[in-house]
Design a binder for this molecule. Structure first.
Ligand SMILES: NC(=O)c1ccc[n+]([C@@H]2O[C@H](COP(=O)([O-])OP(=O)(O)OC[C@H]3O[C@@H](n4cnc5c(N)ncnc54)[C@H](OP(=O)(O)O)[C@@H]3O)[C@@H](O)[C@H]2O)c1
Length: 324
């Protein structure tokens, strides 16, 4: 539980009764949750992301429906819960039980266990949503697709899924010690953070990338835009480096590049179904174990959140709310 009342900030594990906000809310018995960068922002003093003084954190969870009034989400349905207000403005997944409205819930394809759904989590969902957006824009197998922040949650899943779909994924990372690990996840090449574009003083750089998935923002995204091939696109989902974007219009008006905004939080039911279904098609071919940084119990969350905040993780941290 995150609490900040009268300037007193605390993180703790407490017995709290799960309470629905609406009669149609669905009760989920949570098997697994995961830690996202957003969870670390919520669990910080004076957070600008958290919308209420106290709540149970966790922007995503996977488990089984144990009480429902909705005929299409009957008891026993395995679901992923993520996005919307979960873990931001209402109780989230760092708990044994979670009430969630239907619009935050996705029935899982048979191929995806609740464990694997949380190895994937919001990060993996966003990675696949980014790939589908690039494909809708015209990306096809052949050239190189750049992934920034490649050892992180979104980045490592993007590399893995791109490789599974036959793309040449180039991983950009500040963690050069993890280059071999990134190759093992399917990266065909690994480059440093400062190699996203060439360093000429020209407004536009050399055309390098057939597509890109960026969760870093700031100058990385600006450099990327000047290095996309003619007509290519970058799917942008994050801001770990910076929320500012200083660019020119030249990439857009002389190379016809596109900046595709990716949002998982308010993704429509149709998008959620499409993304989970695409994940279901490849999950059997993936080795997800290397994408798990570690598993933690609720009591270990403060340290794990700090590791995410300081970029000390590789892949996803799984949360097991039922472990004693
Ligand atoms: N739009 C959405 O719906 C959505 C959904 C999920 C996440 N996000 C956003 O996407 C971003 C990534 O989330 P995540 O869960 O993947 O986070 P994460 O696991 O912490 O990964 C972020 C990665 O970015 C790189 N990085 C960290 N600090 C950096 C810096 N100062 N400059 C450049 N690179 C840096 C690191 O990778 P390397 O060491 O390999 O460089 C790090 O592992 C966050 O901003 C998050 O809020 C958005």
């Amino acid at each position: 539980m995150v609490s900040e009342v009268d300037d007193q900030f605390s993180l703790g594990v407490h017995d709290v009764e799960a309470v629905p906000r609406d009669d149609s809310d669905v009760l989920i018995a949570v098997d697994f949750s995961g830690i996202n960068f957003k969870d670390a922002m919520v669990a910080s003093a004076k957070s600008r992301v958290r919308r209420v003084a106290s709540l149970i954190g966790g922007v995503d969870a996977a488990g089984t429906v144990v009480a429902s009034t909705l005929p299409h989400l009957p008891v026993g349905t395995r679901v992923a819960a993520h996005g919307g207000q979960l873990g931001v403005a209402r109780d989230g997944g760092f708990a044994q039980f979670l009430y969630a409205p239907e619009r935050y819930l996705s029935p899982l394809p048979d191929a995806i266990s609740t464990h694997d759904a949380m190895v994937i989590g919001t990060a993996g969902f966003t990675a696949m949503e980014s790939i589908l957006a690039l494909e809708d824009h015209g990306l096809h197998v052949g050239g190189e697709v750049l992934v920034t922040g490649a050892t992180g949650g979104v980045g490592s899943h993007a590399v893995t899924y791109l490789a599974a779909r036959g793309y040449h994924a180039v991983a950009s990372t500040g963690s050069t010690k993890d280059a071999q690990w990134l190759r093992e996840q399917g990266a065909t090449r690994v480059i440093g953070r400062d190699e996203v574009s060439d360093q000429t003083s020209r407004v536009l750089g050399t055309e390098l990338w057939d597509g890109a998935i960026d969760c870093v923002g700031g100058s990385t995204l600006a450099q990327l835009l000047r290095s996309l091939r003619y007509g290519a696109a970058v799917a942008a989902s994050g801001l770990v480096a910076n929320a500012e974007l200083a660019t020119t219009v030249y990439p857009f008006i002389t190379r016809s590049v596109s900046l595709l905004g990716i949002d998982s939080v308010e993704a429509s039911g149709e998008t959620r179904q499409r993304v989970w279904s695409s994940l279901g098609e490849i999950v059997a071919s993936l080795d997800l174990d290397p994408l798990v940084d570690r598993e933690v119990q609720l009591e270990q969350l403060p340290g794990a959140l700090e590791d995410i905040r300081s970029g000390r993780t590789r892949g996803r941290i799984l949360v097991l709310p039922n472990a004693s």
